[in-house]
Design a binder for this molecule. Structure first.
Ligand code: SF4
Length: 279
C-alpha cells in the first residue's frame, strides 16, 4: 500500500511543486470548459507503476476546483449554494463510490488511529447490515418497452435508500469524520435550495446544481476501461467488504503516465459530450 503522491495537479498560474523528481515526470495538459471559463493546467505524473487508487488524489483536487468554480458561477447567476463543511443534511443519501475511490478510501482507513479505525469499520458493518435488512432496492428497468426513463429508476433507488434512513458510516455527531478523503460524489453534490430541504423527508424540494461534468463518472469509466469491465459503482457502506472481495484488483498496476493520460482523455470526452448535449 502506498499513499505517497504519484501525480500532482498544477492549475494555470500555480507554482510547480511536486514531491517527486522532475527528471522522471511526464506532463499531461488539461484544457476543460467549466461554465463560461476554461480550466487549464497540467497533471505532472511520476514515471512509475501506479494503481487505480493513485489517480484519486488528483481527481479529488480537480473535483474541488470544479466545486469552487460551481459556487462562483452560481453566485454570478444570483443563486446561493449553502453547502459547507459541518453541514450533514445530505449524509443519509446514497453515496455512489467508484472502484478507484474504494481502493483509496480503504488504504486511507488503514492509516487512521487504531481506536478510531475500529469505530469506523464497525460503523460500516452496521450500516451495511441495515441496508441488507431493508431488502433489495427497486430493479432499474432502463428505457424499454415500459418506457421507463433510466433517471426515474435511479431516482427510485435514491428514494429507497433515503427511506432506510441509514447514517453514513463516516458521520459522527453530525460531522464528517473523513472530510479530507470523503467520496467525490459528496464533493459534487451541491444544492441551491435551503439546507433544511436536504433532509430525506423533504428531499423532493432539493434543487441540485448541474456540474459541467462528473469526476466520479470519469473514475468509474477509467476503471472499466483499464480492467475491461463494466462500469461499477459501490454504495459507500459496502466499500470495505467490496474491497476485500476485490483485493487482487486493488494491487494491479499500470505505467502511471498511461493511466493518467486515459483519465484525462475521459474527462475531456465527458466535457465535450456535455457541451454537445447542451448546445
Ligand atoms: S463521507 Fe462525509 S460528507 Fe460524505 S456522506 Fe459521509 S459523512 Fe457526509
Amino acid at each position: 500500500m502506498t499513499l505517497g503522491p504519484v501525480a500532482s495537479l498544477i492549475l494555470e498560474g500555480e507554482d510547480l511543486e511536486t514531491n517527486f523528481s522532475h527528471d522522471e515526470t511526464v506532463s499531461i495538459d488539461l484544457n476543460l470548459k467549466v461554465y463560461d471559463e476554461t480550466l487549464t493546467g497540467q497533471i505532472l505524473v511520476s514515471d512509475r507503476p501506479a494503481g487505480l487508487a493513485d489517480v484519486v488524489p488528483v481527481a479529488r483536487s480537480l473535483s474541488d476546483e470544479i466545486a469552487r468554480r460551481t459556487i462562483e458561477y452560481a453566485k454570478s447567476t444570483g443563486r446561493n449554494i449553502p453547502c459547507k463543511k459541518g453541514c450533514a443534511a445530505c449524509c443519509r443519501y446514497l453515496v455512489p463510490v467508484s472502484a478507484p475511490e474504494v481502493f483509496r478510501i480503504w488504504d486511507e482507513i488503514q492509516v487512521i488511529k487504531p481506536e478510531h479505525q475500529r469505530n469506523v469499520l464497525s460503523a460500516f458493518v452496521s450500516a451495511s447490515q441495515r441496508i441488507l435488512d431493508a431488502g433489495p432496492p427497486p430493479v432499474p428497468q432502463g428505457r424499454g418497452a415500459s418506457g421507463e426513463d433510466p433517471q426515474d429508476a435511479t431516482d427510485a433507488i435514491n428514494r429507497w435508500y433515503a427511506e432506510i434512513g441509514v447514517d453514513c458510516p463516516l458521520l459522527e455527531r453530525e460531522t464528517c469524520t473523513a472530510y479530507s478523503f470523503r467520496p467525490i460524489a459528496c464533493r459534487e453534490h451541491m444544492v441551491t435550495s435551503s439546507a433544511e430541504h436536504c433532509l430525506p423527508a423533504k428531499g423532493k424540494q432539493v434543487k441540485l446544481t448541474e456540474p459541467p461534468f462528473s469526476i466520479v463518472e470519469a473514475l468509474g469509466r477509467l476503471a472499466a476501461e483499464a480492467e475491461n469491465l463494466d462500469i461499477e459503482s459501490v454504495m459507500l457502506p459496502f466499500a470495505p467488504s467490496w474491497r476485500q472481495i476485490n483485493h487482487e484488483r486493488a494491487r494491479r498496476t499500470w505505467p502511471a503516465p498511461v493511466l493518467f493520460e486515459c483519465f484525462v482523455a475521459i474527462i475531456h470526452d465527458l466535457s465535450a459530450r456535455r457541451r454537445l448535449a447542451a448546445a
